[in-house]
Design a binder for this molecule. Structure first.
Ligand code: SF4
Ligand code: SF4
Length: 168
């Protein structure tokens, strides 16, 4: 993977994988029902709800509050709790085992209107371009003031690109 932090920090958009954008080990990921967390948080900032909210201890303790998150994939259940707790909307869960050329992504959603189960949505890449069509399989209501989590069936070959949806 290429590494170009200037491109990220000048644009504010993670346009490609950079150091700190953590991906699960591919072979285990392909076989892991429920998927693994993918955290795209390469900038040192004083923030750690991904760690404090994880019930499985999969996001390792921060030595310094400014550290970027590190993950023990053996502990990640794919529950998606961190997706709703991350204030940077930087946590996703991606399940590559659903078959039929599809993947399931759990992503944070803070827009209106809310979609409903079965609804088709436009899938957007990191810069907001439409790259595919997806289907909502669930909408998880947040607790308190946290963020909705959408589960979306997407083309598997776009799992590395899709990070948002547009609801019409
Ligand atoms: S998906 Fe669940 S288990 Fe995995 S890191 Fe997030 S909160 Fe922890
Ligand atoms: S909660 Fe989100 S923004 Fe904060 S450190 Fe974790 S991944 Fe980054």
């Amino acid at each position: 993977m290429s590494c170009d932090k200037d491109k990220l920090f000048n644009s504010g958009v993670l346009v490609e994988h950079v150091e700190g954008a953590l991906l699960p080990p591919q072979e285990k990921w392909e076989a892991k029902k429920g998927g693994y967390v993918v955290i795209e948080c390469p900038k040192r900032i004083p923030c750690n709800p991904c760690h404090t909210s994880c019930p499985a201890g999969a996001v390792l303790p921060f030595e310094d509050i400014n550290d970027t998150p590190k993950i023990d994939y053996d502990k990640c259940t794919g529950c998606g709790i961190c997706v709703s707790r991350c204030p940077g909307l930087a946590c996703f869960v991606i399940d590559l085992t659903v078959g039929k050329g599809q993947a399931l992504i759990k992503l944070p959603y803070e827009m209106l209107p809310l979609p409903s189960k079965g609804q088709k949505v436009k899938c957007l890449n990191r810069v907001g371009e439409e790259v595919a069509e997806g289907e909502i399989t669930s909408v998880t209501e947040p607790s308190k003031d946290k963020t909705y989590v959408l589960s979306v069936l997407i083309p598997k070959d776009k799992a590395d690109d899709i990070r948002a949806v547009k609801v019409q």
